[in-house]
Design a protein around this ligand. Sequence first.
Ligand code: GDP
Ligand code: GDP
Length: 455
Amino acid sequence: MVPVIALVGRPNVGKSTLFNRLTKSRDAIVADYSGLTRDRKYGEAKWQGRTYIVIDTGGISGDEEGIDAKMAEQSLQAIEEADAVLFMVDSRAGMTAADQMIAEHLRKKNKRTFLAANKVDTVDPDIARAEFSPLAIGDAWPIAAAHGRGITALLQAALGEFPKDEVAEEEFPEGEGEEGAAAPQKRIPGPDERTGIKIAIIGRPNVGKSTLVNRMLGEERVIVYDQAGTTRDSIYIPFERDDAKYTLIDTAGVRRRGKIFEAVEKFSVVKTLQAIQDANVVVFVMDAREGVVDHDLNLLGFVLETGRALVIALNKWDGMDSHERDRVKTELERRLQFVDFADIHFISALHGTGVGNLYKSVQESFRSAVTRWPTSYLTQVLEDAVSVHQPPLVNGRRIKLRYAHLGGANPPLIVIHGNQVDAVPRAYSRYLENTYRRVLKLVGTPIRIEFKGGE
Ligand code: GDP
Ligand code: GDP
């Protein structure tokens, strides 16, 4: 399970600055669902071969009233959800009563906590360390989030003991892991014998996820096995359908009570993000009656970022007249262009209409996501693409692309070797991506292209 790190501290200590540095340009999920968070941001980050989720909290000031009180409440919730807490303090401002209050809370919680004394560009790091030692959270890590100082040591302490992401080393001998990564461990990406295809059912609250999970598991053709043990986060339900094995990752928290399944837990962003990370295929559920809303796009952006295979289910298609249906379809075409590789199904989880058809798309997108393409074939496709449309000249020399091999699966990563690859224009890279997508007949999965220089 992908670890979760929460950034906690008073306002203005530098949490957002650190959040942005850790998650880089990756899109943050701004959780703003009614009845849920207003002020927590979630992002995906990577450090030395480990993917983790960062939560930025609103900030706890110690004298909360009104909206501030809410912010504090959300921070406390983020602490609950996290595997480790980065407790940030401001070295320039020194220790405050609010810092002490937060420290006391964290000590009571017994969470793995790392004290980060930020802004040490303005203060001597040793003085900062001494200043905050009364907080009794352990030695402070001196950092300057704005300048990237001290971050590596802090992350080493906070994340070092979490396992690295699994990478199929044997399968992809030429694919390198993250910079500085040690020998990667072996990984999925073929259908895992135990779990089959892992499907995560994802979507905003009330779009019909639990209804869909119930429908899928309640179907006559489906054999549901006893749950192999639940996790804190989502429930993993192994089942079989038409001789194919699957594991449903249920974020809606549907639990089996005798013969029926009932939802017992509420929507949680962390659960959702972890389920996406852990899935092979995401079935993304939307409410046709509401059309495409910004939160859908926000979550879909995250799915795209992780590279998971994707199937879209427009739920509650029942009882909509043809005028409404046309309107929704037009909207989908316009707003879902960025995931146009995904199949869209119009379903009614309530009545079961269209639900069975999801499996075909799940199978196909999974196959696209994990097929092993031999180097010779990928190189042939590259040569053909280059002969149809050459890469541009740079400083009078033509960019040369020599060969291509597979660097990973789910999503497929195609590594292209050549000269002057840093100068390959975005448009040309997209041309190659589209060519591969077409020739390899990929459906339902994003694809990544990476260039490597040298001979
Ligand atoms: P948040 O309220 O905790 O999210 O704090 P912000 O990230 O918004 O930062 C508050 C202020 O501190 C901003 O003006 C930042 O530019 C500044 N800041 C953040 N990190 C550093 C740092 O490492 N050094 C200095 N000198 N200023 C910083
Ligand atoms: P979740 O929060 O995403 O798990 O959503 P639920 O499965 O709890 O569904 C939310 C509401 O939508 C419930 O009242 C369901 O009965 C209703 N609902 C779910 N699927 C459908 C559907 O296909 N058609 C209609 N009309 N209502 C549905």
